[in-house]
Every structure is written in structure tokens, then in C-alpha cells.
Design a protein around this ligand. Structure first.
Ligand SMILES: [Zn+2]
Length: 111
């Protein structure tokens, strides 16, 4: 079963991405959280352990400054630290929804 986004909003002033899903769930993502979990090869490597992923303390002040569609399946995000190589597929975004993660607030900031 796949869940599709029905609405996507990036509030740059709030540094918050909100996605409404077709099953009624609503996900909220802090810009810094999205930078922290960036799935690109520069941040994650091509294989586990190949590169050190960003640490929260290194990215916690980063803000999302732009979002654009990648095909119909993903979002590309641009961050205030200049990073823009992450492709955030909707399936993956739903998987990393902070509401489902322990130790994170509703926007994905560690508590
Ligand atoms: Zn990245």
C-alpha cells in the first residue's frame, strides 16, 4: 500500500514542512530535521558506514529555504547551508515522520 501526499506546505518563516497524507495522517518536519536525515550520497554514502552522517549539533541551526517537486514521487529541498542534493521521496518521508520516532518532538527535534 502506498500513501500519497494530498498537500505539501513549506513555511520558510516557521522552518517547517507539513505534509497531509491521503490516509489522513499529517506529518510535520523541522527544516533542521530534514537536513539531519538527508538521504543523499554525500550525507549517507553509497554503502552503510562509508561516510559519517551529519551530527544534530552541526545542522540544528540549518533552515529549509526552498522545496521543489522531483517528478511526482519526491521533493528536492534546499537548505541555508547550501546543501541541495537530497531527494526526499514521499514514501521515505512518510517512513521518517517524526511522530513515529522515539526521542523526537513532533517536528523531529531531539528532546
Ligand atoms: Zn545530503
Amino acid at each position: 500500500m502506498s500513501t500519497d501526499p494530498t498537500a505539501i506546505r513549506l513555511d520558510v518563516a516557521e522552518n517547517l514542512l507539513t505534509i497531509d497524507w491521503s490516509d489522513g495522517h499529517v506529518s510535520t518536519y523541522d527544516g533542521a530535521y530534514l537536513r539531519w536525515v538527508c538521504p543523499c550520497a554525500k550525507c549517507r554514502g553509497h554503502a552503510p558506514g562509508e561516510v559519517e552522517p551529519p551530527a544534530w549539533d552541526d545542522v540544528k541551526e540549518v533552515r529549509a529555504r526552498g522545496a521543489s517537486g522531483v517528478g511526482t514521487y519526491a521533493l528536492g529541498l534546499e537548505f541555508t547551508d547550501g546543501h541541495d542534493s537530497g531527494i526526499y521521496s514521499f514514501d521515505w518521508l512518510r517512513e521518517v515522520c517524526p511522530a513515529d520516532e522515539d526521542g523526537l518532538d513532533e517536528r523531529g527535534r531531539p528532546v
